[in-house]
Write a protein that binds this ligand. Structure first.
Ligand code: PLP
Length: 376
């Protein structure tokens, strides 16, 4: 066989795979492994959402739909954005995608050209860099302040004439930090001054603890140059439904829609009816899950601090980011080998010297995991 795509070959496999594969192998061997490496809510999708999808299937909503998404859903998303996120959006400025991940990939394809640079803030979620590379552009990394996980003026030093896009993610996976208004204003000013498009990944928007989530597009006239990405996976426990969306200026959405039309067409029609129920139904289920995550966060962070660990500000999402004093990959291997607790090394997110612990698992598991870690 002749050589396969050099572009894809150059993309590193996920650094999280080694530990999670080892954890799976151990579990198959009957070892009682506690996985704190999971990035999805452990709750069932709320019933009224599932019911709406089943009703749609029974009604025969099993055919192609408009590629941007069913009108009921693009309208519900535009309404949600306009009432909750501090900027106005029309249904034409919305595209429904196969998860937020697909929205991020399509956004990169729609915006960047070869040689363009996309600025990624470390620690960063694992798929931003590969999406930049798949779109043929160049990732450039800039570290957030390792104490506050906020931005300062040094961000400007990372901007070059080739910078086309900045990716921000608040609340953050992996750090759990929430960007404050000062950091967001800094991003807004830099984007405006240097004609840069921002991609704001707000997938954990609903999971904040004592902090306010602020949408970048709601600051000044940033709606004109921001692609806001969100989805249903984390807020509504709908990871397997593969439903996300982007809200952006019309010309960006039109470009993304071309990518979508010629690749996935659109997410499953009946699933989109479930998403309408998620957005238009009672939001009590979201708050219930948020409260439970907050309870677990309080427990895990207190337990880790009690053991003397330093953590990033755990203000959102469902991750504790824990500072360690030697090689993070080696420590993750050791925790798995010695106490059967699986965590994700910070190297996977561009910041060696940290471990990411997900608290999207039961309180019983968390208590046992903290007990095991305290034995080390
Ligand atoms: N963005 C971040 C920061 C995430 O953590 C994830 C999932 O882990 C995604 C995007 C993708 O979510 P989705 O399931 O909607 O594709």
């Amino acid at each position: 066989m002749r050589g396969l795509s050099a572009k894809v070959a150059s993309i590193a496999p996920s650094a999280t795979i080694e530990i999670s594969n080892a954890a799976k192998r151990m579990a198959q061997e009957g070892i009682d492994v506690i996985s704190l490496s999971i990035g999805e809510p452990d709750f069932a999708t709320p019933q009224h959402i599932t019911d709406a999808c089943i009703d749609a299937l029974r009604r025969g909503e099993t055919h192609y739909a408009p590629s941007q998404g069913i009108p009921e859903l693009t309208a519900a998303i535009a309404e949600k954005i306009s009432t909750e996120n501090g900027f106005a959006a029309s249904p034409d400025q919305v595209i429904v995608t196969c998860g937020a991940k697909d929205a991020i990939y399509e956004a990169m394809e729609a915006v960047v050209n070869p040689r363009d640079e996309v600025l990624i803030l470390d620690p960063a979620w694992v798929s931003y860099e590969p999406c930049v590379q798949l779109a043929g552009a160049r990732p450039r990394h800039h570290a957030l302040d390792p104490g506050s996980f906020q931005l300062d003026d040094s961000l400007l030093e990372a901007v070059t004439p080739d910078t086309r896009m900045i990716v921000i993610n608040s609340p953050s996976n992996p750090s759990g930090a929430v960007l404050d208004e000062r950091s967001l204003r800094l991003v807004a000013d830099i984007c405006t001054d240097h004609d840069i498009i921002a991609l704001s990944d707000e997938i954990y928007e609903k999971l904040v603890y004592g902090r306010e989530h602020i949408s970048l597009a709601g600051i000044g006239d940033m709606a004109e140059r921001t692609i806001t990405v969100n989805g249903f996976s984390k807020a509504y426990a709908m990871t397997g439904w593969r439903l996300g969306y982007a809200v952006a200026p019309d010309q960006v959405i039109r470009q993304m829609n071309k990518v979508q039309q010629h690749t996935i067409s659109h997410p499953a029609t009946f699933a989109m009816h479930g998403a309408v129920a998620a957005l238009t139904g009672d939001q009590g289920c979201v708050e219930e899950m948020r409260r439970e995550f907050e309870r677990r966060r309080d427990y895990v962070i207190a337990a880790l601090h009690g053991m003397g660990y330093v953590t990033a500000p755990a203000e959102g999402a469902f991750y504790a980011y824990v500072k360690v004093d030697s090689d993070d990959v080696e420590i993750a291997r050791r925790w798995l080998r010695e106490v059967h607790v699986a965590v994700t090394p910070g190297s996977a997110f561009g910041t060696p010297g940290w471990e990411r612990l997900s608290y999207a698992t039961s309180m019983v598991n968390l208590q046992e995991a903290m007990h095991r870690i305290s034995m080390l």
